[in-house]
Each structure stands twice: as C-alpha cells, then as structure tokens.
Design a protein around this ligand. Structure first.
Ligand code: ZN
Length: 172
C-alpha cells in the first residue's frame, strides 16, 4: 500500500469515529426530551453509556428529587453498583448532554457517581452555567483521572437545553 492510500484510510476512520460519537450524543439529546416536563426546574439531560461502539445503557433526568440522567444510565447498566461492576466500566464512555453536577442538592453529585463507577472517559456537549457547577463538574472528573471532552454537538444540544438552564435555585 502506498503512503497516500494509507493516509486516506486513516482520514476516513477518523471521520467515521467522529460521526459515531455525534450519533451517540444526538441519541442522548433525543432521550433527554423525555425528561420534560417532570424534571423541571432541573434541566432535561440525557446520558448514554457506550462500549465497543454500542449503547449499553441510557438515562434521562427524572422528576425533581429523583435521579439525574447519569445515575439513571448507571443504574440501567447495573441495578446494584457493586464492586464487580466498577472495574468492568473502565472501557465505557459516558455521553452526557450537560456537564455532570458537582454539587449535592436533593440528590448526590453525578460527577462523584461517575468516578465511583470506574468510567474513565466522559464526553459532554455543554457546560452547565449554574454557578454551583460551571466547570466544577468537569474539574472533579479530570482530577480523578477521567478523560473529559466538552463541546460535541454543542450547537444542537444548546438549542434545546439552554432555555432550561439556571432555573434550579436553590436546590437541584
Ligand atoms: Zn447530576
């Protein structure tokens, strides 16, 4: 194979994987619509867990005082978050439409739950402008050694989600 051919193979595989990632985030966006109207004043967030390019679990924000999207997805994957599951999640990528929460409100912080699950890679569409979060959720994940990417499908997610952000004072 000539170097040129080799090069184009690499290019197309990168494009393929980007498209797959976008599809996973758009799926998280699609299921986040189901959170409305019960989730309010919390924002309608969607989360999918992916391993080997397949969705293995999904979740969206439940009614106020109940699980956020990330916890719902983790629970869908494993009804009991036992130790044996924790190690098995190191090859799972979590796609979340909004930055995982860093604060303990009516429910425990999702950032901490993700760390405890053993997930090592989180992809987030947009940051949460809520003053209690706004980068803190990302920072907690990164400090725990998790790879975090922000901005995938930002435009599509922001168009839907932005009107619902910053509505959740004082508790979430
Ligand atoms: Zn949360």
């Amino acid at each position: 194979m000539s170097p040129n051919n080799n090069n184009s193979t690499i290019q197309s595989s990168i494009m393929f994987s980007t498209t797959m990632q976008q599809q996973f985030m758009l799926r998280a966006l699609a299921i986040s619509h189901k959170a409305l109207p019960k989730c309010q004043p919390n924002p309608p967030v969607g989360c999918v867990l992916v391993t080997n390019n397949e969705i293995i679990a999904e979740g969206f924000t439940q009614e106020i005082g109940h699980n956020h999207a990330e916890i719902e997805a983790l629970k869908a994957y494993s009804s009991d978050m036992s130790d044996s599951i924790v190690g098995a999640m190191s090859d799972v990528i979590a796609y979340v439409t909004l930055e995982p929460c860093a604060f303990i409100g009516r429910t425990p912080a999702c950032a901490n739950a993700i760390i405890e699950s053993g997930i090592k890679h989180v992809i987030v569409a947009m940051l949460d402008p809520d003053a209690r979060n706004s980068g803190k959720g990302i920072s907690i994940l990164e400090k725990a050694g998790i790879t975090v990417e922000v901005g995938l499908c930002h435009q599509q997610v922001s168009r839907f989600l932005s009107p619902y952000l910053n509505k959740s004072y004082p508790l979430s």
